[in-house]
Write a protein that binds this ligand. Structure first.
Ligand code: AMP
Ligand code: GLY
Length: 429
């Protein structure tokens, strides 16, 4: 069968790479793809952008089903359009994708259905927002309501920072319509983890746990980014905590969506904040929902996935997820993002990338912002450029393999963290 993956980042390279390993898959089209998917066996980039073009293409090529990587096409209704055309696709409808595309929707939903999350209030008026910030004090978190490509959250250590975020979003409209409404919420403390499941309306298939590194610099310093590296599993999620997450977060969310008339299909990603204490009672709260897999979490998660992913997705789009089989490599997978000069504020593009090591069983270089030029050079084409992902018997071994490969790769101005996986090191042998 032929499949289509929508997107062009590291997450989509990893999805297409894993799907193409199925003996049942002839080809995976990637729209629009990147410099990595342009060169890989059984993958083919297709330069499609609009939903209409994607629908026409899937129909013409008799694509068996489509998998959506990023949030923007989901929020724009790509799943609704495919379903209206009688085409199979894995993802939530536009209405269900509001869990990610509107923070206010997600917060109101969680309160309505008793899903644990930080206390909050929503504002469109700057003076009222500022009065609330002064009343609550710092630290406090200001979030743009809409999709803002990772730039919409300000974790303010001081009142002045929070007030400046209000000026930016509500007064200067720096994020456009996405920031015309803001959610202001209580600042939570603890350790973050990503918990991602696949849903087909009735059944849930839980993916391996993971942890992202949001800050640009070592020791979690510097600005927030889309994610500078990730590893799987996240040792903080013990079996006891796993059960609590299913009981307190995942099941109530799926039941709530169904009750509200938006039965959920697709990936559901719960970004969690886990406080201190014994597993039975430690604070567990949802920071955010995403209606897709994470980037870069997908890269280490799929390095560990064993079995035929194409058949798993087929079950998901056919509503037979309970029959799907997915096992996980017991090893740790760890991905280090290499970003371009100037990322995240003003990424420089066009730098030549050389000395990429060949992929091996335990180390794969996933591409994100790369482009293969007509002259045969591979060049940077975005903020996050590569995610070098390795498997190891311990966190340390996975780190060694990943960083050995990272150190071989050359492009002008490359930035990467040296400490991906630091939180998991003490738990590993
Ligand atoms: P979000 O897009 O909502 O996940 O926010 C991005 C990042 O901001 C999260 O991964 C956290 O690191 C941080 N963050 C979001 N909400 C809170 C909160 N209520 N308390 C502390 N940190 C937060
Ligand atoms: N790495 C976080 C995200 O994909 O939202």
């Amino acid at each position: 069968m032929k499949l289509l993956v929508i997107g062009g980042g590291g997450r989509e390279h990893a999805l297409a790479w894993r799907l193409a390993q199925s003996p049942r898959v002839q080809k995976v089209f990637v729209a629009p793809g990147n410099g990595g998917t342009a060169q890989a066996e059984h993958l083919e980039n297709v330069p499609l952008a609009s939903i209409d073009e994607l629908v026409d293409f899937a129909r013409q090529e008799s694509v068996a089903y489509t998998v959506v990587g990023p949030e923007a096409p989901l929020a724009a209704g790509v799943v609704d359009a495919f379903q209206a055309a009688g085409l199979k696709i894995f993802g939530p409808t536009k209405a269900a994708a509001q869990l990610e595309s509107s923070k206010d929707y997600a917060k109101a939903f969680m309160i309505r259905h008793n899903i644990p999350t930080a206390a909050y209030k929503t504002f469109t008026d700057a003076d009222q927002a500022k009065a609330y910030i002064r009343q609550q004090g710092a630290p406090i978190v200001v979030k743009a309501d809409g999709l803002a490509a990772g730039k919409g959250v300000v974790v303010a250590a001081t009142e002045d920072e929070a007030l400046a975020a209000i000026d930016n979003m509500l007064c200067d409209a720096s994020l456009g319509a996405a920031g015309a409404r803001v959610v202001i919420e209580e600042c939570l403390q603890g350790e973050e983890a990503s918990f991602i499941v696949m849903c087909d309306r009735r059944q849930v298939l839980v993916l391996a746990t993971s942890q992202d590194h949001k800050r640009l610099l070592d020791n979690d310093q510097g600005p927030n980014t889309g994610g500078m590296g990730a590893y799987s599993p996240a040792p903080i999620i013990t079996p006891a905590l796993h059960n609590r997450i299913m009981r307190e977060v995942i099941h109530p969310t799926l039941q709530g969506m169904a009750k509200d008339g938006h039965p959920y299909t697709g990936f559901l990603y719960a970004g969690l904040m886990i406080g201190d204490g014994p597993d039975a009672t430690r604070p567990l709260k949802v920071l955010e929902f995403n209606c897709r897999m994470g980037d870069p979490e997908t890269q280490p998660i799929l390095m560990r996935a064993k079995g035929d992913l194409a058949t798993v997705f087929e079950h998901a789009v056919n509503g037979t997820l309970e029959e799907a089989e997915l096992d996980w490599d017991r090893r740790t997978a760890l991905g280090v993002v290499m970003a371009s000069a100037g990322y995240p504020q003003a990424p420089r593009t066009g730098d030549v990338i050389t000395s990429l090591p060949a992929d091996t069983e335990d180390c794969v270089v996933f591409h994100a912002g790369t482009a293969l030029h007509d002259d045969g050079t591979l060049r940077t084409a975005g903020g996050r450029v590569l995610c070098v992902t390795a498997l190891g018997d311990s966190v340390k071994r996975a780190q060694e393999t990943a960083y050995n490969a990272v150190q071989q790769i050359r492009f002008e101005g490359a930035q990467y963290r040296r400490d991906i996986g630091w939180r998991a090191l003490p738990h590993s042998h």
